[in-house]
Design a protein around this ligand. Structure first.
Ligand code: NDP
Ligand SMILES: N[C@@H](CC=O)C(=O)O
Length: 376
C-alpha cells in the first residue's frame, strides 16, 4: 500500500535547494521502489512562501519546471515564482497546510522539513505543533534542538514513543549515521560512556588547508562558497556550531544540558564579532598571519590543529587542540568528521564513524533518507 508524505519545507538555501532537486528528480523512483509518495506542498525562505496545490504537487512537469528555476545554477528566489506570497509567520504557514490537508480529507502526513538557518524561537513552535498533531518533522537546522532543554523535551515527547516522528540525523555530522547509531546503541541497551571527535566540516577544512600553507581568509571564503559554513561563518569559527552538535548528542543521551553551559573557544578575534557577515569576511585577512603562525608552531612539533568535542558523563567540552599529525584525528582531511563512540560493548576498541561532514548535497541526501525512513 502506498504511503503519502506532504513536504512543507522551511529553508531554500544550499541544503534546501539540493533537497528539493533530489526529491523532484527521484520522487517517481521512490514511489516505485519503496511505495512512498513524496509531494512538495510548500517551500519557504526568510521572506516568502509558495504553497503548491495538490494538482500541481502531483504534476511532475510542474515540479520539474520549478526545479529548473530554483536550482543553484539558476538561483531564482521563491519571491520570483508565480503564486509566491510574502511570508506571514512561520506558524501561519503550517496552519495553512494543516487546514489544507484536512480539507482534502487526506490520509497523508505532513513532514515539516527544517533546512533553514532560522532561530529556535521561529521554528520550535512550528515543529512541536506539527508533531503534536501527529505529523512528522525532519531537521537539518540545529537551533530548534538547542533552545531551552524544556523545549527539546516537549518536542521529543510530542513526536511519539521513541521519537518515532522526529528525525535530525544531519544536525550532527551531516549525513554520517551518527544520531541513528546513537539511537541504535541506546535501543539495544548498550551504555554510551563517551562520544568524541571532530564534528565540524568547516573547521576540519580550515585545519587541513592551514597545514597546506593556505591563508586563513582564503580558506574561510572558500568554505563559505562551497556551502560548508553556517549562514554566518562565525557560528563555525566561534565553536558554537560544534557546541550545538555536541549538545544535540548529549540531549539525545538524556542529559539536561543548556547551550550556555558549554564553553567555546573562538577562532577569530573579539574585534570582529559585531560586524555584518560581509564586513566580517572582508576583514579576515587581518588574522591570516596569526593562524599561519599557530599552524606552523604545531607543525614544528609534528602536530596539527584540530577542533575537538567530547561528550561524557562529566559534561561537554569543545576546543582547539594540537594533536600528533599521524594520530587518527591528525590524519583527517578536508571536511571529514570523525565520531568515536566509547561504550560498554565497544570497549576497549571504540566504534568509529568517519567521512564527509559538511556540504549541501551530502546533507540533503541525509535529510531525504530521514524523510524516507518514516515510510519504511
Ligand atoms: N551546509 C551544510 O553542510 C549543513 C547545514 N546544516 C544546517 O542546515 C541549515 C541550512 O544550511 P545551508 O543551506 O547551508 O544554509 P543557507 O544559508 O544556504 O540557507 C539558509 C536558508 O534558510 C532560510 N531562512 C532563514 N530564516 C528563515 C525563516 N525564518 N523561515 C524560513 N527560511 C528561513 C534562508 O532564507 P533566505 O534565502 O531568504 O535568506 C535560506 O534559504 C542550517 O541550519 C545548517 O546549520 C546541517 C548540516 C550540514
Ligand atoms: N557548518 C557545518 C555544517 C554542518 O553541520 C560544518 O561545517 O560542519
Amino acid at each position: 500500500m502506498s504511503k503519502f508524505y506532504e513536504i512543507v519545507q522551511y529553508g531554500m538555501g544550499g541544503v534546501g535547494r539540493a533537497l528539493f532537486g533530489l526529491v523532484v528528480q527521484h520522487a517517481p523512483e521512490i514511489k516505485e521502489r519503496l511505495g512512498i509518495n513524496l509531494r512538495y506542498r510548500a517551500i519557504v525562505d526568510s521572506t516568502h512562501a509558495l504553497h503548491i496545490d495538490l494538482n500541481s504537487a502531483m504534476n511532475q512537469q510542474y515540479m520539474q519546471y520549478l526545479w529548473a528555476r530554483l536550482k543553484p545554477e539558476v538561483g531564482e528566489r521563491i519571491s520570483e515564482q508565480t503564486g509566491a506570497v510574502q511570508k506571514p509567520s512561520e506558524l501561519s504557514i503550517l496552519a495553512t497546510e494543516l487546514d489544507r490537508i484536512r480539507s482534502e480529507d487526506s490520509a497523508a502526513k505532513l513532514v515539516v522539513v527544517d533546512t533553514s538557518g532560522a532561530s529556535d524561537s521561529a521554528m520550535t513552535p512550528v515543529l512541536t505543533s506539527a508533531l503534536r498533531q501527529g505529523h512528522c518533522a525532519v531537521l537539518a537546522n540545529k537551533r530548534p534542538l538547542c533552545g531551552p532543554i524544556e523545549d527539546f523535551r516537549q518536542m521529543a515527547s510530542a513526536s511519539g514513543l521513541g521519537m518515532a516522528r522526529l528525525r535530525y540525523e544531519t544536525t550532527a555530522g551531516a549525513a554520517l549515521p551518527v544520531v541513528s547509531t546513537l539511537r541504535m546503541l541506546l535501543d539495544s541497551f548498550d551504555q554510551i560512556n563517551e562520544i568524541s571527535g571532530c564534528f565540524s566540516g568547516t573547521l576540519g577544512y580550515l585545519a587541513t588547508e592551514l597545514e597546506n600553507g593556505r591563508k586563513y581568509s582564503e580558506i574561510v571564503a572558500d568554505a563559505k562558497a562551497q556551502g560548508y559554513t553556517e549562514p554566518d561563518p562565525r557560528d563555525d569559527l566561534g565553536g558554537v556550531d560544534v557546541a550545538r552538535k555536541a549538545l544535540i548528542l548529549a540531549r539525545s543521551l538524556g542529559m539536561g544540558i543548556e547551550l550556555s553551559e558549554v564553553t567555546v573557544e573562538a577562532l577569530y578575534p573579539d574585534s570582529l564579532s559585531s560586524l555584518s557577515v560581509p564586513e566580517f569576511m572582508a576583514r579576515l585577512p587581518e588574522v591570516d598571519e596569526y593562524y599561519a603562525g599557530l599552524a606552523a608552531k604545531a607543525a614544528e612539533k609534528g602536530e596539527t590543529l584540530r577542533y575537538i568535542a567530547i561528550v561524557s558523563g562529566k559534561g561537554l567540552t569543545v576546543g582547539l587542540q594540537s594533536v600528533p599529525k599521524d594520530s587518527q584525528i591528525g590524519r583527517l582531511r578536508g571536511t571529514d568528521n570523525i565520531v568515536v563512540f566509547k561504550t560498554r560493548r565497544y570497549d576497549p576498541n571504540p566504534m568509529v564513524i568517519q567521512g564527509r561532514g559538511a556540504g549541501p548535497e551530502v546533507t540533503a541526501s541525509g535529510v531525504l533518507a530521514d524523510i524516507i525512513s518514516f515510510g519504511r
